[in-house]
Design a protein around this ligand. Sequence first.
Ligand SMILES: Cc1cc2nc3c(=O)[nH]c(=O)nc-3n(C[C@H](O)[C@H](O)[C@H](O)COP(=O)(O)OP(=O)(O)OC[C@H]3O[C@@H](n4cnc5c(N)ncnc54)[C@H](O)[C@@H]3O)c2cc1C
Length: 380
Amino acid sequence: MSTVIVVGAGPVGSTAALVLARRGIDVLVLEQGVTLAAESRASTFHPPTLEMLDALGVIEPLLERGIVARTFQYRERGGDAIATLDLTVLQSDTAYPYRVQCEQSKLTPILLAALPRCAEVRFGHRVEGVYAGDDGVVVHTNHGPLRADWVIGADGAHSVVRTAIGAGFDGSTYPERFLVASVQEDLTEILPGIAPINYVFDPVEWLVLLRTPEHWRVLLPTPADTADELETARLPGRLDAVAALGRPWRIRHASLYRVHQRVTDRFRRGRVLLIGDAAHVNNPLGGMGMNSGIHDAVQMAGTLADVLEGDAERELDTVAARRRTVAVDHVQRASHDNWRRLRGHDASYAQHLRELAADPAAARAYLRRACLLDSLEQRS
Ligand SMILES: Cc1cc2nc3c(=O)[nH]c(=O)nc-3n(C[C@H](O)[C@H](O)[C@H](O)COP(=O)(O)OP(=O)(O)OC[C@H]3O[C@@H](n4cnc5c(N)ncnc54)[C@H](O)[C@@H]3O)c2cc1C
């Protein structure tokens, strides 16, 4: 019998476990993988997420492993930067007026290493069903049933917990897939003046160039229905079109993703909470999925800790509803706008970005939204 079972040891479930365990609540994390996931996924940490990781005492090891990115650029394909946005305009808003570029797979071991003794992590434990009653929850796993007072589903986009509580996952799928290539090239030499994060506009083939500690990543749109092998074979030519090196680009890794915008209808059903990708997924443009998931974890697990210490359960409903509003009104909207604008070629929007970059007050307002600081002031 555990007080709280967290399903999934991704960045979101691991954060929720740390929030609870730091409050002395006994937590059991069940992870289906035999180890932590090492996949190349999120790589950007926004300022409010850095603040939260600081409050949890894990910011130092993340900063040691990541790269500080004070600026990002909007660029035109084959041309110069349209606008360079400088996050230092946020210095009155946050102790972390920058983004940190670091793979999510580097955060999860840091979070688990920080767990105090009242938390336990069991790998190779796949949750297969969840049955919630008024006084507790039974969690069925491949090793047999377990009981808990509360369950947090942080088991990703294909959440078994979400299905078990009958919560929907409405939304849409993008008409293209996203191809992410990690390359062993120094793009700061190849494209002088480039920022660590670059969104490149183009009506035919937009792209994103992101620096991570070991690689640069190139994100390209790819037709939904072509064979994976064909896309892999086309990749060297597509990279040549980004910059001709006079030799093939050194590609270390490439993966194709289908991308969705979906939100569950409820983040809480009785004693079961949903957070992170289990509750909402969005396209990766703007780096909001993991970040907003970590914000869910801090706010929902923090409020659950308050309830376990005697506060009214009603507040849990308020926070669950607020996190859903953030997912719909901030994360879905902003990430979809980013996708729509990248594939357009709107001269007036480019002019707007230039003016924004030249006006610190306007840039501050824009960046507060883009890095989710505003979303944390959402009241209802
Ligand atoms: C290419 C790409 C780039 C991205 N870039 C960014 C970015 O820069 N910034 C950003 O904020 N977001 C980004 N994202 C999104 C980000 O990766 C996700 O939002 C994030 O991983 C969500 O974390 P999570 O812990 O909710 O889910 P996951 O990371 O999916 O973790 C879920 C965990 O649950 C486990 N699990 C699943 N089912 C079960 C089960 N039945 N029983 C037990 N365990 C289970 C899984 O093994 C996994 O460990 C990107 C995504 C992609 C695909």
